[in-house]
Design a protein around this ligand. Structure first.
Ligand code: HEC
Ligand SMILES: [Cu+2]
Length: 348
């Protein structure tokens, strides 16, 4: 190998670097990516995924042909000591027809499946087993099930195998609804209603995210999709539809801090000016419906797990947890915040 060709040794660092870079990039392909659209779990997500894969392989073909030709040209026609200069070529009809036709054909192979998928995904839902009204708020999600009498926030429950018919609206600015593993993105635009549907095919919990910049805490506007078995969904819906209390009387509780927390929530805390608890006088609409907040797994649009300590933290310093959000710090004492937290967790 020591034939004295200039520059050979100079390539070695580049090759080592390339090998390292490829290893690093390949290592990033492992792991569990809960928001990867490459692991589709619904009819619509599968259609979009197979379109993507088709286009990906066409693009790979173009990459290999174009870059291959480039590499061959660089090696074969490089300057060598004593070699003649290669002759410039001008005008080769066959070649020009070929490189006009080939891309046109590839565009057709990409364009036609794209249009077909767009039409299929955009047609009205094949059925509306579960209808949900989705309202985007800065920076949380409201979910209303008009047929079931359920109103909840940030955690969407649907039964597996049923077509979910979503009507998307916004209370303020443009948001975008995106569960990468079950549906394509769809914007929520003030003053209009958009539609999105999908039929989830695997039971599980899937994270989603607002995908359109909507202000300070846009990045903290997450949500969870629970694809339940039909029985789990029935149980969930029945519980969510039931009000907390009948009349204005507190529900009996053995825990004195739950009762004290209720007092604060309805009184000094001022929470009822923004939050509703169905079956009680609390009917605020600025913040999420808290009727069954105790049974949610997260609060504040997926930012915190729903635990006693996190609720206290949220109540005491909502703006440290989520900058700019519209919940007010009501200045409760630590003890009051603990009591309210106990009360909220009792709302199952
Ligand atoms: C000025 C209106 C306002 C007041 C007053 C208010 N909140 Fe909120 N609250 C909100 C808004 C808005 C959100 C949603 C914040 C977000 O996630 O961006 C929220 C979210 C919450 C959440 C999380 C709910 C969920 O499902 O994610 C809880 C719990 C909560 N508030 C409890 C309280 C308590 C307890 C009080 C009284 C001490 C209170 N709030 C007072 C507006 C208010
Ligand atoms: Cu957003």
């Amino acid at each position: 190998m020591t034939d004295g060709r200039p520059g050979y040794r100079g390539h070695r660092p580049i090759l080592v670097f390339a090998a390292l870079a490829i290893t690093l990039v390949a290592a990033a392909c492992g792991g569990d990516f809960p928001q990867s659209s490459l692991r589709p779990q619904s009819d619509v997500a599968r259609e979009i995924d197979s379109l993507f894969r088709g286009i990906f392989w066409w693009a790979m073909g173009v990459l290999v042909v174009v870059e291959g030709a480039l590499v061959v040209a660089i090696i074969r026609f490089r300057e060598r000591p004593g070699a003649e200069k290669p002759k410039p070529v001008h005008g080769n009809t066959a070649l020009e027809i070929a490189w006009t036709l080939a891309p046109a054909l590839i565009l057709i192979f990409i364009g036609v499946p794209t249009m077909i998928t767009l039409w299929r995904v955009d047609r009205p839902p094949p059925s509306s087993d579960i209808r949900v009204e989705v309202i985007g708020h800065q920076w949380w999600w409201e979910f209303n099930y008009p047929d079931l009498g359920v109103t909840t926030a940030n955690e969407l429950h649907v039964p597996v195998g049923k077509t979910v018919d979503l009507r998307l609206k916004s209370a303020d600015v443009v948001h975008s609804f995106w569960f990468p593993r079950v549906a394509g993105k769809r914007d929520l635009v003030p003053g209009t209603e958009n539609q999105l549907w999908f039929t989830p095919d695997s039971v599980g919990v899937y994270p989603g995210q607002c995908a359109e910049f909507c202000g300070t805490s846009h990045a903290l506007m997450g949500m969870l999709l629970f694809v339940d078995t039909p029985e789990e969904f029935e149980r969930w819906a029945a519980r969510e539809a039931s009000p907390q209390e009948s009349g204005a009387e507190p529900r009996p509780s053995d825990d004195p801090s739950v009762l004290a927390g209720r007092e604060v929530f309805f009184g000094a805390g001022g929470c009822i000016s923004c939050h509703a608890i169905r079956g009680t006088p609390a009917a605020g609409i600025l913040g999420p419906d808290l009727t069954h907040v105790g049974s949610r797994s997260t609060i504040a649009a997926g930012v915190l797990d729903n635990t006693p300590d996190n609720l206290v933290r949220w109540i005491n310093e909502p703006h440290d947890v989520k900058p700019g959000n519209l919940m007010l710090d009501m200045g409760l004492s630590d003890e009051q915040a603990r009591q309210v937290s106990a009360y909220l967790l009792s709302l199952e």
